[in-house]
Design a protein around this ligand. Structure first.
Ligand SMILES: *[C@@H]1O[C@H](CO)[C@@H](O)[C@H](O)[C@H]1NC(C)=O
Ligand SMILES: *[C@@H]1O[C@H](CO)[C@@H](O)[C@H](O)[C@H]1NC(C)=O
Ligand SMILES: *[C@@H]1O[C@H](CO)[C@@H](O)[C@H](O)[C@H]1NC(C)=O
Ligand SMILES: *[C@@H]1O[C@H](CO)[C@@H](O)[C@H](O)[C@H]1NC(C)=O
Ligand SMILES: *[C@@H]1O[C@H](CO)[C@@H](O)[C@H](O)[C@H]1NC(C)=O
Ligand SMILES: *[C@@H]1O[C@H](CO)[C@@H](O)[C@H](O)[C@H]1NC(C)=O
Ligand SMILES: *[C@@H]1O[C@H](CO)[C@@H](O)[C@H](O)[C@H]1NC(C)=O
Length: 714
């Protein structure tokens, strides 16, 4: 019994404990009403940030919020309104959200000019305002927009990054082309910020040589007009387009004007790459499956472009996220049908990652706010302050400052020869908005390799020869080309002429020497011996007739008999005395020079030297033969009596002959004897047997043959 009592007591006790342990009341569930202001069915904005390509990003974010149990006791009531980019509609819809729907937060706001209207209302009601696409710099002003936060970077950060980028590469003169769609005004704002920030640095870092805007209709004429003007004013061009298709059109027009060469650089700022940005030159992917067959030109042209954009995740990494969006869009609560059939609605929008991150950011900020003070969940300022955080979102690493500003990293990329993107480097924005931003080159790129696909040369803000190409001093060669050519031609001709003259002279001298040598070189067959030649009897007769006293042949025969060294011949019908030397000498140049000199001697008292020949016995010297023989022959003849006048004239002849020889090239006679003093038929003495020093050096003369003066001068 006691046991049953005890058991009953235990059961009652347990029931009591269970009743007492029950919480006082369950935690109150909170319904958060979210109002979205969006753009729908705008063909220009659909793929970028339109409703049907963006809305499900919110559901994906809510999934993550659930998974992380961030707001377990929160129910979501979401309202989508579509004021487009219309000011009146935006004003009205903002009022609807705040008054009728009593929203706790307003999100969306893709159009800059209308976002300001919502911002003003949100400020008045102190309702948080979180944008995924409003980039206007004005929203950074927290005195005007204390409840505003965003997951997209502001235009001022883009402008700062651009200026940093330009300064880094020392480009200080630029031109700007921007399009203005009058709605989102992305490029309009970038240009404004560039000007403002440059002015803030007292305008020293940049000089804007030319600024051109194309409003609404981006015609070929307008772009061509800009290109024509800019050719004379800049080489570094910031070309900002609201639309990728226009980027490609512009680059093709520049290509057609040969303005995509290595001199030009087009810097294209943007916020986020679209799905097709990797091949922006490819018309098929860019323009809804329509190829215009200019892809090669476009790919070529984009090598002159550098894209400066937020450093988001790669398209590949976003592919799962972006392909899920159209799938979710066709399910409840969207039940999208016709709107989702557009070709560009098959993929998540460019800004859908920012939408995801905006929703997640708000949830985190709300979580924090609820922890601090659950009553403050509609306090816009507090929520904005609690947005200060860092997390990994779909758009990359999300860093939000206390001001609710996203700090983006900005990358700059080029295109290689195959048209593929090259990721060159990063410009990091810092927590301190004013802090200097760092430009980092992505390994393995170097400052030089950034320009590899452009011929390796960094483009200059001002080309070396100026924009019009007329600033370079004309080079000497260029200016005086014709003169230089003609002068050098004349000079070359003169050189050739001189060479020819020298060669001719040289050849002439060789020829002359050969000719002169031929004068003293006598072929043996020219010498016809008197003893043997029968045919010369007529010549004998003729010689005989010119002689006065003697029968010449008989005299010669006598002499020949007397002196075996001599023989008498006819050479060219002239009587010559031929002396055998019994030597076979080879003559050198000096010898030949002497023979030529001897051949050239002409004087009344010097016997003519005919030359040298040779036969089986060796060298022969050939002299003119004189009929009266030598002075010795005459003196030995007793029949001839010599008077003083006659003797004097003989002595004078010898003297003059010697004098002449001494003043000639021979300088000496060398073997003057009475035998070498020949006498012609007019009793004139002619010195013979001179020269031939080479022969004389070898030949030994009998000493008695030497001149005995008493013989000559009896
Ligand atoms: C905030 O999030 C944490 C998880 O990160 C969760 O434990 C906490 O309960 C949340 N606070 C509120 C108020 O929901
Ligand atoms: C969302 O809020 C609106 C207005 O407050 C209300 O009419 C609507 O029924 C709510 N929807 C849900 C699902 O609670
Ligand atoms: C601009 O484009 C619109 C629509 O495409 C067209 O109606 C209008 O005539 C164009 N304006 C000019 C100036 O070309
Ligand atoms: C352009 O893109 C399409 C589709 O991705 C592809 O089939 C085509 O080969 C590309 N064109 C060139 C020139 O790469
Ligand atoms: C592009 O064309 C190909 C083949 O012609 C087709 O399969 C594809 O669905 C088209 N894509 C779009 C977006 O129209
Ligand atoms: C969407 O479709 C589902 C059924 O597929 C339906 O129950 C729901 O009411 C629809 N919602 C809207 C807003 O049309
Ligand atoms: C809202 O938050 C701000 C900042 O935390 C605070 O100064 C202000 O008093 C709050 N407003 C209300 C009504 O509590």
């Amino acid at each position: 019994m006691r046991a049953s009592k005890l058991a009953l007591f235990l059961v009652i006790a347990c029931l009591a404990v269970a009743l007492l342990a029950k919480p006082a009341k369950p935690r109150e569930r909170l319904t958060i009403r979210v109002g979205f202001l969006m753009v729908k069915n705008d063909p220009f904005l659909r793929a970028m940030l339109g409703y049907v390509t963006t809305a499900p990003a919110v559901d994906i974010a809510l999934r993550r919020i659930d998974k992380e149990r961030l707001l377990d006791h929160v129910d979501w009531n979401i309202t989508w309104l579509f004021p487009q980019c219309d000011e009146a509609l935006t004003s009205g819809n903002t009022g609807d959200l705040l008054r009728d729907y009593e929203v706790d937060v307003i999100m969306g706001l893709p159009c800059a000019k209308t976002a300001v209207i919502s911002g003003a209302s949100a400020t008045y009601f102190n309702i948080p305002l979180i944008s995924y696409a409003a980039t206007w710099a004005d929203f950074s002003d927290k005195s005007r927009f204390p409840t505003f936060a965003r997951t997209v970077g502001s235009v001022s950060q883009m402008a700062r990054a651009l200026i940093k980028f330009l300064n880094f590469f020392q480009w200080n003169q630029i031109a700007v082309l921007y399009t203005d769609d009058k709605e989102r005004r992305k490029c309009y704002n970038i240009n404004n910020e560039l000007q403002d920030q440059n002015a803030a640095t007292s305008g020293k870092s940049l000089q804007f040589n030319y600024i051109y805007s194309i409003v609404k209709n981006i015609t070929d004429e307008a772009m061509n007009d800009f290109l024509d003007q800019v050719a004379l004013q800049a080489r570094i061009i910031i070309a900002c387009f609201d639309n990728d298709v226009d980027k490609r059109r512009f680059m093709l027009l520049a290509h057609d004007k040969d303005m995509t060469n290595n001199e030009y650089l087009y810097i294209m700022p943007d916020y986020a790459p679209k799905e097709n940005a990797a091949t922006i030159w490819n018309s098929t992917t860019l323009i809804n499956n329509i190829s215009d067959e200019r892809d090669n030109d476009a790919r070529e042209a984009f090598r002159a472009a550098i894209i400066v954009e937020w450093n988001t995740l790669r398209e590949d990494d976003l592919a799962d996220f972006k392909t899920e969006i159209p799938k979710l869009m066709r399910l409840p609560p969207y039940n999208c049908t016709t709107d989702c059939n557009w070709p560009d609605a098959h993929y998540g929008s460019t800004y859908s990652p920012y939408m995801h991150d905006a929703m997640y950011l708000y949830a985190r900020a709300l979580n924090k706010t609820l922890q601090q003070d659950p009553k403050q969940y509609r306090n816009g300022t507090k929520i904005r302050e609690n947005c200060e955080m860092t997390f990994t979102g779909v758009s990359g690493e999300v860093i939000i400052t206390k001001d609710g500003e996203r700090l983006p990293n900005i990358r700059f990329e080029g295109f290689d020869a195959n048209g593929m993107r090259e990721h060159f480097g990063l410009i990091r924005t810092s927590q301190d908005e004013k802090a200097v931003q760092m430009l980092e080159l992505n390994n393995p790129y170097t400052l030089e390799s950034v320009w590899t696909s452009r011929g390796g040369q960094k483009p200059l803000s001002v080309p070396i020869c100026g924009y019009a190409g007329d600033n370079c001093p004309v080079s000497f060669m260029h200016q005086y080309f014709a003169l230089v050519v003609s002068v050098s031609t004349i000079f070359a001709l003169l050189l050739i002429l001189v060479a020819v003259l020298i060669a001719y002279n040289f050849y002439g001298r060789i020829q002359r020497k050969r000719l002169e040598n031929s004068l003293w070189q006598i072929d043996n067959y020219e010498l016809i011996q008197i003893d043997t030649a029968q045919s010369i009897s007529s010549s004998e007769q003729s010689v005989k007739t010119t002689s006065t006293t003697h029968s010449l042949p008989s005299l010669f025969r006598k002499q020949t008999a007397k002196n075996g060294r001599w023989k008498f011949c006819y050479r060219r019908k002239e009587l010559v005395a031929v002396r055998k030397h019994n030597l076979s000498l080879q003559f050198n140049h000096d010898d030949e020079a002497e023979f030529r000199a001897m051949r050239a001697l002409i004087h009344d008292n010097v016997n003519q030297f005919h030359g040298l020949s040779y036969d089986a016995t060796g060298n022969l010297s050939v002299w003119k033969a004189l009929p009266r023989g030598s002075l010795r022959d005459v003196l030995e003849k007793k029949t001839i009596s010599l008077d003083w006048f006659f003797k004097f004239s003989l002595i004078r002849d010898i003297f003059e002959g010697i004098d002449f020889l001494h003043n000639s090239a021979l300088r000496v006679h060398g073997r003057l004897t009475s035998k070498s003093c020949l006498i012609n038929d007019r009793w004139q003495v002619k010195l013979s047997d001179y020269g031939l020093s080479c022969i004389r050096n070898v030949e030994k003369l009998p000493s008695k043959g030497m001149l005995e003066l008493h013989n000559c001068t009896p």
